[in-house]
Design a protein around this ligand. Structure first.
Ligand code: PEP
Ligand code: MN
Length: 261
């Protein structure tokens, strides 16, 4: 499988922003803080949230696309959000969202991935594919292959850990072997790490990020919120833009250019 290199060469690719878009001011203020430094490449926010239980906050929906567009115009930073079905994918394409990601609960479902792939036919938008909730590397590679078969060559994998009863105190088990296996199956693939969903608290994000760099992963997606303890989803694991800056500054990576400027 031939893939285009999408991420910045020789530089860790950093995606940051809140787990969920909650209000316009939360989104714009978080982006403002994050964009004060130039080390973040893409601003993230989930607007459709896959929740384990019904009646939890399921995201603001379509209106969040307008807020992301405002972030993009105001701060000149590309934006990314999660899609889990064809309608959401079409909305992102119609609203010029720069990149999309497929979440762990969607990668497990080949029917949904195929439908999303069909919508992406002939579209060059970068697509980030998270590993499925459990450690099935073939299902992960299969989802990537479905997107690739639609003609899209800008696919990046995200490792967000795997569900396990035995990973306490982490939220998800970092499955580094799975990364090795994915690289064997898809030698061209660029992979980034989501230490926020692996860690489940700010405590371990630094060490997991460092491990990802040590394994030559190409970047990080880190949940960042102006007021983490007020967040409507994943409040316990989000960090502030200031904490993000310190954390990125503390990482030793193959290029010392991460915090330049
Ligand atoms: C998220 O990024 O907020 C999210 C829901 O992630 P995952 O699919 O990895 O659980
Ligand atoms: Mn989250």
């Amino acid at each position: 499988m031939k893939l285009h290199k999408t991420l910045v060469k020789n530089k860790p690719f950093i995606i940051a922003g809140p787990c969920s878009a909650e209000t316009k001011s939360q989104i714009l203020n978080t982006a403002k803080e994050i964009c004060k430094k130039s080390f973040v490449n893409v601003f993230r926010a989930g607007i459709w949230k896959p929740r384990t239980k019904p009646n939890d906050f399921e995201g603001v929906g379509e209106i969040g696309l307008n807020w992301l567009k405002e972030v993009k115009e105001t701060y000149k930073i590309p934006v990314i959000t999660e899609v889990a079905n064809t309608r959401q994918t079409e909305s992102c394409l119609n609203n010029n969202i720069d990149m999309i990601w497929i979440g762990a609960r969607t990668t497990v479902n080949p029917f949904y991935v195929q439908e999303i792939a069909n919508v992406l036919k002939g579209v060059e938008i970068p697509v980030f594919v998270k590993n499925p909730i459990h450690g099935d590397v073939k299902l992960w590679a299969g989802a990537i292959e479905r997107i690739h078969n639609s003609g899209n060559k800008r696919i990046i994998a995200i490792h967000r850990g795997c569900y396990s009863n035995h990973c306490f105190p982490l939220r998800n088990n970092p499955n580094w072997r799975m990364i090795k296996e994915l690289r064997k199956l898809l030698p061209d693939i660029e992979i980034i790490c989501d230490p926020s969903h692996i860690s489940g608290s700010p405590k371990f994000i630094q060490s997991i990020s460092q491990k990802a760099f040590d394994l030559n992963l190409n970047g990080l997606m880190i949940e960042t919120h102006i007021k983490p303890n007020k967040a409507r989803t994943d409040a316990f694991q989000q960090i502030t833009p200031k904490q993000l800056e310190c954390l990125l500054g503390s990482l030793i990576n193959t290029t010392p250019k991460l915090l330049k400027k």
